[in-house]
Design a protein around this ligand. Structure first.
Ligand code: DSN
Length: 420
């Protein structure tokens, strides 16, 4: 293979010449990433290979339909890219069918609703304030507006999913679809228990694996694929691919889900993103990625324990995954204050409601932290202990921001997100 001329792929000089303002913003964002700690649990640093596919001529192609069955000519190249991605996804996840076209996790979820439900049908999902997701039946989303959503939560004593409540609600409401997964669940989910309940009440089981699918890909935690009718996910979290969505499912649901993605929910797929997803799936199948996935969890556990030792109470007492949810009430700091103070010290994290939170979501009593990005930078348990101490200093004493920011800069200097 020959090296393509810059006109065939990413060309920063061309961008600078045409649009110096946007070019500068790209550099500013790289510098922002390189000068701080990125602890948003849903973010990661995607690889140069993935970025190359994203910034490619595949962006030009209209390809409504699926490989071999398109509504446009000239799709023979993108067909191959999508076929590769589908085969890699099936292999990586042991799935019978895969669809790489959803533009986002929300789009993948809309497709699942579209494939299995009619407006007004009942869906049972985890409540957002207890760790669920907007698309799992909240009133402000299509899912709560167009469907009858019933919610289970976590039990007050363990702060983990209340499986008894979930089972009782399923028996009472007979949902057509049960959803598990969410955006702030630190513990492993008992997929077998959900499957059992879904079978008992005749429901479809949808697992929204957006947060943890990268850990599944890296064989670091159990897979939902054998249990679920459909597994939806994003590709940019622990999985470290491009921003986007994907789903895998049983063969019996393949036609319905494909039709729900296109033409029911979306038009033309983003073929550069589909190609970039294929690249990420290839990267995720390597032994290096398996090591990465294990290290993400080890780092999260070390970070959580170190924060707990300094007075931040981990919801459920710890984590099995890449993220922790921390109750700050014992420190007398709100989630919003903590997010702002950490940000002033170049530590990027987010405020987060905790279960049974007395504060409104805009204030929140907790923060959520995650280790996908820092682990991609090559950080380990020793770094996590240092990071915990920096977070606590920044969050509990605003005057520490400049000193903490300087220490953050030292810490990340040796392990830049994107080497300059
Ligand atoms: N916004 C994502 C997250 O941060 O978890 C969920 O969609």
């Amino acid at each position: 293979m020959t090296t393509p001329s810059p006109a065939w792929g990413p060309d920063f000089a061309a961008l600078e010449a045409v649009d110096p303002q946007i070019a500068q913003l790209l550099l500013d964002e790289r510098d922002r990433l390189n000068s701080g700690l990125q602890l948003i649990a849903s973010e990661n640093f995607t690889s140069p290979a993935v970025l190359a596919a994203l910034g490619s001529t595949l962006s030009n192609k209209y390809a409504e339909g699926y490989p071999g069955r398109r509504y446009y000519g000239g799709c023979e190249v993108v067909d191959e890219a999508e076929r590769l991605g589908i085969e890699r996804a099936k292999e990586l996840f042991g799935a019978e069918h895969a669809n790489l076209q959803p533009h986002s996790g929300a789009s993948a979820n809309i497709a699942a609703y579209g494939a299995f439900l009619q407006p007004g049908d009942t869906v049972l999902a985890m409540s957002l304030p207890h760790g669920g997701h907007l698309t799992h039946g909240t009133k402000v989303s299509f899912s709560g507006k167009w469907f009858n959503a019933v919610h289970y939560g976590v039990s007050q004593d363990t702060e983990d999913i209340d499986y008894d409540q979930m089972r009782a609600l399923a028996r009472e409401h007979r949902p057509k679809m049960i959803i598990c997964g969410g955006s702030a669940i630190p513990r492993l989910i008992d997929f077998a228990a959900f499957r059992e309940v879904a079978d008992e009440v005749g429901a479809i089981l949808m697992v929204d694996a957006a947060h943890f699918i990268g850990l599944v890909a890296g064989k670091a935690i159990p897979s939902p694929v054998p249990y679920a009718d459909v597994v939806t996910f994003t590709t940019h979290k622990v999985l470290r691919g491009p921003r986007g969505g994907m789903l895998v499912c049983k063969e019996e649901h393949a036609a319905a889900l494909d039709k729900a993605v296109f033409p029911m929910m979306q038009g033309g797929p983003l073929m550069h993103a589909v190609a970039a997803k294929a690249v990420a799936l290839r990267e995720a199948a390597t032994p290096e990625y398996h090591d990465y996935a294990r290290q993400v969890i080890a780092n999260a556990q070390t970070l959580t324990a170190a924060l707990a030792a300094e007075g931040m109470r981990p919801i459920t007492g710890g984590t099995d995954t890449h993220l922790a949810l921390l109750d700050l009430q014992g420190l007398g700091v709100t989630g919003a204050e903590a997010e702002a103070r950490a940000g002033a010290a170049r530590i990027v994290l987010n405020k987060n409601a905790i279960p049974y939170d007395p504060q409104p979501p805009s204030v929140a009593s907790g923060i959520r932290v995650g280790t996908p990005a820092t682990t991609t930078q090559g950080m380990d348990e020793a770094d996590m202990k240092a990071i915990a101490s920096l977070i606590v200093r920044a969050v509990t004493d605003e005057s520490q921001a400049p000193a903490v920011a300087a220490e953050v800069a030292d810490l990340v200097a040796g392990k830049p997100a994107y080497p300059v």
